[in-house]
Design a protein around this ligand. Sequence first.
Ligand code: ZN
Length: 276
Amino acid sequence: MSIVIQVVWLALIATIEIVATQWDRLVRGHARKVRNLAFTVINHLVIPVATVTVTHLCQPRIGTHWIAGLPALPGIVLTVVALDFAGYWFHRFSHRNLFLWRFHQIHHLDEDFDATTGARVHTAEEVMHQVVLVVIAVMLGVPSSYFTVFATLSFIMAIFHHCNVAIAWKVERVLRTIVFTPALHVPHHNDDIVNTDSNFGFIFPWWDRMFGTYNTAQRTPQWRIGLDYSHDLSLHRLIVQPFVPKQLKESAIAPVPYATYETAGQAAARPEGKAA
Ligand SMILES: [Zn+2]
């Protein structure tokens, strides 16, 4: 059921992106989207089943029953808030720790920003992230069904806050007090490191507000999406890149020149074939 909801949501947002686009596409062709979606297909084939199974098996044996002992509604709310809080710190640490960054940079190497970006997470990063969440879930006594609710909501929000959909400012202004919106998350994908290292939240923006990483910078047509030390890579290079001893940043001769990029509303989009 969870996977059906996620697929339908992804298709729905992708459809809305076509009819209510906010920003011109920066990368033409379908190869980029296929690359991004390939990761989510790989991730969904094994990880959700594994995490729910491990939570289900471990929680009664070695975990507590704190959240399982609560009524369903507060139990689910507490699960979502606690695991989203953990996700914030895992994400923030992934930008600081060189080992974790090897994997997380695959998400940031995307040179456009849409729903498929939200689906683009290296499988090894997803595994590590889920391991952290499962350990916390077991410690808190989260039933596996609540964990599935959180995982589904988390995916829905990841697709939403990456989407390229025009949202009225009046609506967005209210939404951003409760959840991460695309306008709030897009600075995190700007290649300016000041913006990249901000807005780490997944579902709620509260953790960024509490811990000094909240950023309300507004995207402009001049913003470049991606990382300043590399262009995007082909799918097979994205998969193996984290395991290559010499990292992209070490190989970079100079920052990616801004002039090689087109921005929304300017020159024709960069041909897909230029991916390294
Ligand atoms: Zn990030």
